[in-house]
Design a protein around this ligand. Structure first.
Ligand code: ZN
Length: 292
């Protein structure tokens, strides 16, 4: 017993200086990376009444109509980072072509969350359609994130004949083109699965436009997928039906399947035009839905 105690004491003596040395020489063990945690909000800016469902869900009954939700999304991060995913529309001309109910200018809708345009640090353009990109000039100080292929197709080289530019407005193209010259605010996203903003991953797939994108966002409750029009309605997911407007229906279905892998919970996949978003996530209300 004595022997064991003596051995133990000796061992401690030998180990003690070694431990002291190693504490001084070795770097601290790497801390696991702490990702910024975002709050995700869907923000209503109007409703388009009587929209044909067959233009949203491939193969849907042509007589079905529904009031579709116009919305954009806010990713509210730490340190005053306020990222918009899309930015709605505001130009007068669109009100001539479309009857819009309950319209509120996107910059005014953000006041409900206590935000003014200069508080918006970034705008992620998921795709160049007018109802997602037209509001960009309401947020003139924000960085603008767009896929390289989307930028090249619609903005860099818009006049090549044979391009499908339906739903893309020349004035919106000009606004995005001008960001190149202002405050170095244009941020090109080149490809898929890019975490260019910590906690926010850019994904391609779905091909709603030439190179539409969507994002996966780190929140307290897990990863939320803001799908935008790569998934028009919950019905697309439920029926395993591609969106009706896509350059590539097979790619769209693949993207939908992938969204299920990315999202921590299937209810965290947020479609682009489904009024049910504000039913499933009723808080805080008044046209704002916190995805949680
Ligand atoms: Zn669209």
């Amino acid at each position: 017993m004595k022997m064991i105690r003596r051995l133990l004491a000796l061992t401690l003596l030998i180990l003690a200086p070694a431990a002291g040395m190693s504490a001084g020489q070795n770097p601290a063990p790497a801390q696991p990376e702490v990702k910024p945690v975002y709050e995700v909000y869907a923000i209503s800016y109007g409703v388009l009444p009587d929209f044909p469902v067959s233009q949203l869900v491939a193969g849907a009954d042509k007589s079905r109509k529904m009031d579709i939700q116009m919305m954009f999304w806010l990713l509210k991060g730490p340190g005053g980072r306020n990222i918009l995913v899309d930015c709605g529309f505001h130009r007068e001309k669109f009100f001539k072509d479309w009857k819009v109910k309950d319209y509120i200018k996107p910059s005014d809708a953000l006041k409900k969350l206590g935000l003014k345009p200069s508080d918006i640090t970034d705008v992620i353009i998921t795709h160049m359609h007018w109802d997602h990109a037209d509001g960009l000039d309401l947020f003139p100080t924000a960085k603008v994130w767009i896929q390289k292929d989307e930028y090249d197709y619609y903005i860099n080289d818009p006049d090549t004949p044979g391009k499908n530019r339906s739903g893309v407005d020349p004035e919106d193209v000009a606004v995005v083109a001008a960001t190149k010259n202002h405050h170095k605010q244009l941020k090109i996203v080149d490809g898929d699965n890019k975490e260019l903003i910590r906690g926010v991953v850019f994904y391609t797939g779905g091909r709603h436009t030439y190179a539409s994108q969507y994002v996966g966002v780190n929140t307290k409750a897990g990863t939320v997928v803001v799908a935008s029009d790569n998934l028009y309605l919950y019905e697309n997911l439920d029926k395993h039906a591609p969106i009706a407007a896509t350059f590539d229906a097979a790619s769209n279905l693949k993207a939908q399947e992938r969204m299920k892998q990315i999202a921590s919970n299937p209810r965290f996949i947020v479609p682009g035009h489904d009024p049910d978003v504000f039913v499933r996530f009723p808080k805080p209300g008044n046209g704002i839905a916190k995805i949680e």
